[in-house]
Design a protein around this ligand. Structure first.
Ligand SMILES: C[S@@+](CC[C@H](N)C(=O)[O-])C[C@H]1O[C@@H](n2cnc3c(N)ncnc32)[C@H](O)[C@@H]1O
Length: 201
């Protein structure tokens, strides 16, 4: 499939109850994880820079996930999972950790902002999610968060204050020199981008 059907509405992650499982890659290569991989160009270019790593793409919208599977079908170090990344994060990543792989970085690039107050629980990074993460994800695993929504960045900083994720580093430029699809659109319009990496202490 060469095109992705355009959809205007965001997928409500709380309505997607699909449980997905993974037994790991069967090797201990370090892993990059992309939450909401969309067209997958960021991960494709990252793989060109890091050919010895493994790559996990989460994408909630099934047609887009199918497009990603097709795009990466000849790359044995890629896996694409559809469903809500939040619900399935542990199912997918913990087996990789158990087989001895390190999670190099987790990317939450330009997540759906869910502007309305009543939709805040649909955001990917929430205080509750970070508390759960802290129970199983190694402390040193960096979580990279980028957004073009200043309010979302500031509210996410507020959420983090109540979690064990207290080591926060802001940065200015595209991660590994690779702009994401969304980032390219925003940069072309001259719009600002807010970026940080956070870890547990
Ligand atoms: C605004 S786009 C950003 C895409 C890409 N990360 C980029 O920077 O170009 C958000 C993407 O995340 C996906 N998404 C939203 N919520 C998700 C969830 N809970 N789990 C997995 N994917 C999700 C959407 O379908 C969409 O493709």
């Amino acid at each position: 499939m060469n095109t992705i059907k355009r959809t205007r509405t965001h997928a409500n992650p709380l309505a997607n109850l699909q449980e997905i499982h993974f037994e790991g890659f069967g090797n201990t290569r370090p892993i990059f994880v992309d939450v909401g991989a969309f067209k997958g160009e960021f991960m494709a270019q990252l793989a060109d820079k890091f050919p010895d790593h493994n790559f996990i793409c989460f994408e909630i919208r099934t047609p887009i996930a199918e497009h990603l599977r097709e795009k990466f079908k000849d790359r044995p170090n890629f896996r694409v999972f559809d469903g809500d990344a939040g619900r399935n994060f542990r199912n997918i990543l913990e087996p990789c950790l158990k087989e001895g792989a390190k999670i190099e970085e987790i990317f939450v690039n330009f997540p759906d902002p869910w502007f309305k107050d009543r939709h805040k629980k649909r955001r990917f990074i929430t205080t509750e999610f970070c508390h759960t993460l802290a129970t199983w994800l190694p402390a040193e695993t960096p979580i990279v968060f980028q957004t073009d929504q200043q309010f979302l960045f500031e509210e996410t900083l507020e959420y983090l204050k109540e979690t064990p994720y207290q080591s926060i580093k802001r940065f200015e430029d595209s991660v590994h020199g690779i702009p994401t699809d969304w980032e390219k659109v925003k940069m072309a319009k001259g719009e600002p981008i807010w970026r940080m990496t956070f870890t547990r202490d």
